[in-house]
Design a protein around this ligand. Structure first.
Ligand SMILES: Cc1cc2nc3c(=O)[nH]c(=O)nc-3n(C[C@H](O)[C@H](O)[C@H](O)COP(=O)(O)OP(=O)(O)OC[C@H]3O[C@@H](n4cnc5c(N)ncnc54)[C@H](O)[C@@H]3O)c2cc1C
Length: 359
């Protein structure tokens, strides 16, 4: 398998590296220390990144985006994360969900949602699945109709009336448009009773609740979303009613689980930055009259960090190879889901936590 990058990929990687080093890193720590979680997000910085293409890079070229594939997105992600791993996530939410609109939306939905998204540097996207009563259920998903999504929608003519809450939603308080998993049949299991809606933030009856505080990733906004008789047009449904958990939404490109590759790339950026900073400190700081780098304990710690980072890089390469195989595979013969099933989030999250522990 050839892992060399083409010119376009290299250019995006370098552009992201420059932005991360020159713009994000200098402000990252300062903003992370702002006490009010609502005030941590830097709109000027986000707009600057958007103008460089970091918000719209996943939108297909025919719709006016940059049409970057998953591999290039992973490269950009790792570079941005080296500057601030929360800002990179704020951008990548836009990649995942604009990709999904392009992959599964009707022509009318693409026209209505992709065009304003492309035109506005402050147009942020998100997806709401988790609720106060649970998140893991939605991933399993169990057959009991009482498990998982409880945000309820009832149809009234051409509209659906939504009542309930979402919790811990990334970009929940700053997003302009959200994909939402909504219960449309309370008597059926998640697989048969949930519908995927597109819900703009100016929907009557929608309001943002609490904005959650976090001990890290504080640039990355996370909020409660409250729906009280919120009215959403039937035209905003993706795929079929009660079809959110079926593949019938139509995204066969693997975009729905790009989240795993994206998280691996984000974690890799964090690990690389931790290694660089630890090495820099070891080269310049002395203790007991000796540079840290000359002390065996520190050498062993830095060696372990490098080793774990390399392990993660290999993991990402494996996932990248999977993406390429997917591109080569005949549609339907081998799905992206099957290919990356062995390379899911827990492995690389363990690595990033262990590596950061050493720093
Ligand atoms: C920074 C951040 C960003 C997020 N962004 C989003 C977002 O954009 N959109 C979104 O929808 N959600 C988002 N989430 C929510 C996230 O997806 C959920 O936190 C996650 O799915 C777990 O759900 P929960 O917190 O409700 O925990 P629960 O589901 O209540 O689980 C609590 C604990 O119990 C364990 N557990 C649960 N069920 C079982 C079982 N059957 N057997 C054994 N153990 C079990 C779990 O492993 C976990 O340790 C975000 C969370 C964070 C922290």
């Amino acid at each position: 398998m050839d892992f060399s990058l083409n010119e376009e990929q290299r250019a995006w990687q370098l552009k992201a590296r420059k932005f991360a080093q020159e713009e994000l890193r200098p402000i990252s720590l300062k903003r992370d220390r702002i006490a009010d979680p609502r005030a941590t997000f830097d709109w000027d910085m986000f707009k600057k990144g958007s103008r460089l293409g970091f918000r719209t890079l996943a939108v297909p070229k025919e719709w006016g985006g940059h049409g970057l594939d998953f591999v290039t997105q992973a490269l950009v992600m790792a570079e941005l994360a080296k500057g601030d791993s929360a800002m990179s996530k704020a951008f990548s939410q836009c990649w995942k969900w604009s990709h999904l609109i392009a992959a599964v939306g009707t022509e009318e939905q693409k026209e209505r949602f992709l065009k304003p998204f492309l035109a506005d540097d402050t147009f942020v996207l998100g997806k709401g699945i988790t609720e106060p009563s649970g998140g893991s259920d939605n991933r399993l998903p169990p057959d009991d109709p009482k498990a998982g999504v409880k945000l309820r929608a009832e149809r009234h003519g051409d509209e659906w009336i939504l009542n309930g809450e979402k919790a811990f939603i990334a970009n929940g308080n700053i997003g302009k448009l959200f994909f939402l998993d909504v219960r449309t049949d309370p008597h059926a299991s998640l697989r048969k009773g949930v519908t995927l809606f597109l819900v703009p933030n100016d929907t009557p009856g929608f309001r943002v609740g609490k904005v959650f505080n976090k001990s890290g990733w504080r640039f990355y906004q996370n909020a409660e979303m409250i729906f009280e008789n919120a009215r959403v047009p039937h035209a905003n449904i993706i795929g079929e009613v009660n079809g959110a958990y079926k593949k019938s939404t139509g995204d066969t490109s693997g975009g729905d689980i790009f989240g795993d590759l994206e998280l691996a790339a984000n974690a890799l950026g964090v690990c690389e930055a931790a290694c660089e900073q630890a090495l820099e400190l070891a080269r310049t700081k002395t203790q007991g009259g000796k540079l840290l780098k000359e002390q065996q304990t520190i050498q062993l710690k830095i060696g372990k960090m490098q080793m774990l980072t390399e392990a993660l890089r290999s993991r990402r390469l494996y996932m990248v190879a999977s993406c390429r195989r997917q591109r080569a595979a005949d549609e339907g013969r081998e799905t992206y889901t099957q290919i990356v099933a062995g390379a899911r989030a827990p492995a690389f999250l363990t690595i990033v936590v262990r590596s950061s522990d050493q720093a």
